[in-house]
Design a protein around this ligand. Sequence first.
Ligand code: AMP
Length: 301
Amino acid sequence: MRVLVVGSVALDTVKTPFGEVEDALGGSAVYFSAAARYFAPVDVVGVVGEDFPMAELDFLRAGSVNLEGVRTAKGRTFRWSGVYGSDINERETLDTQLNVFTDFHPELPESYRDAPYVFLANIDPTLQLDVLDQVRAPKRVVCDTMNFWIEGKREVLLKVLKRTHIVMLNEGEIRQLVGESNLIKASKKVLNLGPEVVVVKKGEHGALMVSKDAFFFAPAYPTEHVFDPTGAGDSFAGGFVGYLAQADDFGEEHLRRAVIYGSVMASFNVERFSMERLKNLEEKEIEERFQTFREMVRITA
Ligand code: AMP
């Protein structure tokens, strides 16, 4: 099954204790697609400026990602810059320049409108809503966001959540959204806003999935090579939604596997800057990490 994603296509300037990059390929829709394409074909909606180096997206085009819905507009590409300190889980945003996203009104190509799986990646919730309005009858809508939008566009975001089946938030975001520090209580409050499943991403401490009747927790892959966490959330979402679309089943067992595939894809992503690690993965590597996860959480009776 195909996956439709709307989100940022960005040029990121990032500094970590291990190095820095300037104007590197980034953005929530790009990280998502780079991961999801290993599981299912992806249709991207987004916008870039005239300064965007289009050839950088060739690896996606060559790997079952359809970029027909990525428009080029007059002006500069979305830019984001962030810095990580010695605690690699802590990130400070230095600058967010919406640029061409400020006046962007997505118009979905006709072939996108029957998308069975929709991922609303981190972007202005007004655009997320715009896209939802143009999709006919999605089986599952999954949504991500961040502090920037929870603070700045809360009311629209709440409208999006009403129409979302699965929402992904990190610990800080969920606390900010519902004003509750206990993650279980906070998740239940989010379930009251519309979604039937909440996935709380806890960085190097794994991910928690809460629904009305079930609860699941998965650790993060114990990698020794965390180089740049940028895009961890989006690549997690790529593995998660990509797997669900491939299985075309969102029962509890598949949701659990999706969390593990999400964790696997995020663990690869953080090993290098930008898309470097997600560019050339082999299916065998993905499956090996999936099996390692199995072993990690297995107990004998
Ligand atoms: P993550 O580390 O998973 O939260 O995602 C980082 C990516 O999100 C970077 O590549 C940024 O370009 C992008 N990003 C950062 N801030 C925003 C924002 N306010 N809206 C959309 N995308 C953003």
